[in-house]
Design a protein around this ligand. Structure first.
Ligand code: OXD
Ligand code: MN
Length: 613
């Protein structure tokens, strides 16, 4: 039996509620040892993980890990939001009664950490001193050392974050038990895994995975699901799956901040880490705040909408990260950064890593290379030769201050004022490069009807979007009608409203399929236009679905683009839009209690399109 009291005493944990919580779960899970961790323990824990074969060296100060082959992604079907109020049931939150889920999880977790160390990770999902810090404190308990190492990179970790809580009982209780990964029936009818947020108890119980998206409980379960629920019940804030960037105009000295949501595989991390195009670099500097989560609230003093990234690191998808798509990410993975790669291809002889899209071709000399499962590439049979070397969801985990263009004030307690909220999916036709929306309800309506093209048959019918409201579909914590109401209320309380916009970098030529817009760094150009529009410096062109730039308003200096392509991405295809409106109506009808403002916005846009037909 672990000596819990001693471990807590040694670490200086005096908060009685934390002590009680740790003792309860140490007893229930049967852990052999309890260890309270601090960010300063990182080097020792890395050394232990290397010795235990949980990490492998990938160059100086870079590490490699591999997860169990059936445990490589978030499992949406096994993820549940449970409360004691059936009114919290939504379309996407997989709601279940808390009274049913807690015993189920306790049963699975009982004795499941026998022989293992239970690490106690006190963390804060906010810059210290932030207005939302009371909702940001948590204590993750985990029986996996690699989870600790990831948490140290992804959140602020240390006992001090628990000791000065205004209400000592107000911290998220986040319990992670790995389970016997080889016997959990992942993806079968007998799947044993459960990833449950008991939102009204501020307790997270995740069983059956050590993959980051399921096991780093500060990030998705607390940073998104729990935060969304807390923001709603407190009426104070929104917790969104948004990136957050700053744009500094060196000529005027002004700073702007843009946040926004993108369904997965729509380039959110690349956008968040974008640099200004060379031709505009003398005037503009783009800084990085975060690539995945933003909490938004109205600052009482200024009346403005503010935002901050609650995370401390980046848990990025490796696939297709290269010098063109995201040089900033590559720099943040350099030697000495402490980065941890997961499920990429690895060469233990040379300590190199590789993933699809890192270079056009995989390394020509395959000797020593292992694929993400640890199998030698050189031993592949003819049938296996075409298979990816890295898992498509392979990841890199690195702290924010490794990102070369990290914003100077990313750690400041105040957060930053938000000028614009953007949404963007991957849409091959219909969606122009950018359309600005100045009306709050229309902006929220646009977010609720966000989607990305179905990528393969199983996900939907070709041409029909897989809707992903606000890019929050997997993280919705309560009913969508209430969510829309709360969003309108929070942003609506700002005296100086942000402008909304929908962006799309992915329109293609219907004949030869080429992308009509270059993307990457050039994506700054439409964003600059959006800020100019907000400042009243340009007028754009009104359409039924928003304001789009005229060709001469978009700054295209130093960029080659064909006039025909530009004309297409700066125009609206009315018949195609009218088709989409019928799909949107079906989508929105699923959500009971959607505020009338949202339906009005839908009807207004539909009528304006009809009038143009
Ligand atoms: C996700 C992530 O799964 O950010 O969305 O990792
Ligand atoms: Mn994400």
């Amino acid at each position: 039996m672990a000596d819990v009291e001693k471990a807590l005493d040694d670490a200086g944990v005096t908060n009685p509620h934390v002590r009680e919580y740790v003792a309860y779960w140490a007893d229930l899970t049967g852990a052999e040892r309890v260890e309270v961790v601090d960010a300063a323990d990182d080097a020792r824990l890395v050394k232990e993980a290397l010795e235990a074969g949980e990490l492998f060296p990938a160059g100086e100060g870079r590490y490699y890990s591999r997860s169990y082959h059936l445990d490589t992604a978030r499992s949406e079907e096994r993820t549940i939001v449970a409360t004691s109020d059936p009114q919290d049931k939504g379309v996407y939150n997989n709601w279940r009664p808390a009274s049913e889920m807690r015993p189920l999880l306790e049963e699975r977790m009982r004795g499941a950490s026998a022989g293992k160390t239970m690490y106690v990770i006190p963390y804060l999902m906010a810059p210290p001193g932030n207005a939302l810090a009371p909702w940001a404190a948590g204590v993750e308990l985990t029986d996996a050392r690699t989870v600790v190492l990831h948490m140290i990179r992804m959140s602020r970790v240390g006992v001090q974050y628990l000791e000065d809580l205004d209400d000592p009982n107000m911290f998220v209780r986040a319990v992670h038990v790995t389970g016997d990964l080889e016997n959990l029936g992942q993806g079968t009818a007998d799947d044993q895994r459960y990833f449950v947020t008991l939102a009204d108890e501020r307790t997270i119980l995740h069983y059956g995975s050590s993959y980051g998206g399921n096991a780093l409980l500060g990030k998705i379960a607390h940073g998104l699901r729990q935060a969304a629920y807390d923001g709603w019940t407190s009426k104070k804030f929104l917790g969104e799956q948004y990136m957050l960037i700053g744009i500094h105009d060196k000529e005027t000295g002004k700073d702007y901040h843009i946040c926004g949501g993108f369904p997965s595989a729509s380039g959110k991390t690349n956008l968040a880490m974008m640099l200004a195009p060379d031709a505009l670099g003398d005037r503009y500097h783009v800084s990085f705040y975060g690539d995945d989560i933003a909490w938004l609230w109205v600052d009482e003093e200024s009346g403005r909408l503010y935002g901050m990234n609650p995370e401390y690191g980046v848990f990025g998808v490796a696939k297709d990260t290269n010098e063109e798509t995201n040089p900033t990410a590559l720099a943040s993975l350099a030697e000495g950064t402490g980065v941890i790669f997961t499920n990429v291809a690895y060469n233990p002889d040379t300590q190199e890593v590789w993933w699809e899209g890192r270079t056009k071709e995989p390394p020509a000399d395959v000797s020593g290379w292992l694929d993400w499962k640890g199998n030698p590439i050189a031993d592949r049979t003819d049938d296996e030769v075409g298979q990816p070397w890295a898992h498509p969801n392979s990841r890199f985990t690195t702290t924010l201050d490794n990102v070369p263009n990290i914003a100077e004030d990313y750690n400041s307690s105040t957060g930053v004022p938000i000028d614009a909220i953007i949404f963007g999916g991957r849409t091959r036709d219909r969606e122009p490069l950018i359309r600005a929306i100045t009306d709050l309800a229309e902006g929220v309506y646009d977010g609720l009807t966000l989607g990305a093209e179905a990528t393969f048959a199983a996900e939907g019918t070709e041409g029909v979007l897989r809707y992903d409201p606000m890019s929050n579909r997997p993280f919705m914590a309560y009913g969508e009608g209430d969510y829309a109401r709360h969003y309108l209320d929070v942003v609506g309380a700002a005296s100086d409203q942000p402008i909304f916009a929908h962006v799309n970098w992915f329109q293609r030529d219907p004949d030869d399929g080429h992308f009509l817009w270059h993307g990457y760094r050039d994506n700054l150009r439409p964003l600059l236009w959006l800020l100019q529009l907000r400042n009243g410096e340009v007028k754009g062109h009104e359409t039924p679905v928003g304001i789009i730039p005229t060709e001469d308003e978009l700054n295209l200096e130093g960029m080659a683009t064909s006039p025909a392509d530009l004309a297409t991405i700066l125009s609206i295809n009315v018949p195609r839009w009218r088709q989409e409106m019928a799909n949107r109506e079906e989508h929105l009808k699923q959500f009971p209690g959607l505020p009338e403002e949202i339906w009005e916005a839908h009807r207004r846009v539909a009528a304006a399109l009809d009038a143009e037909a």
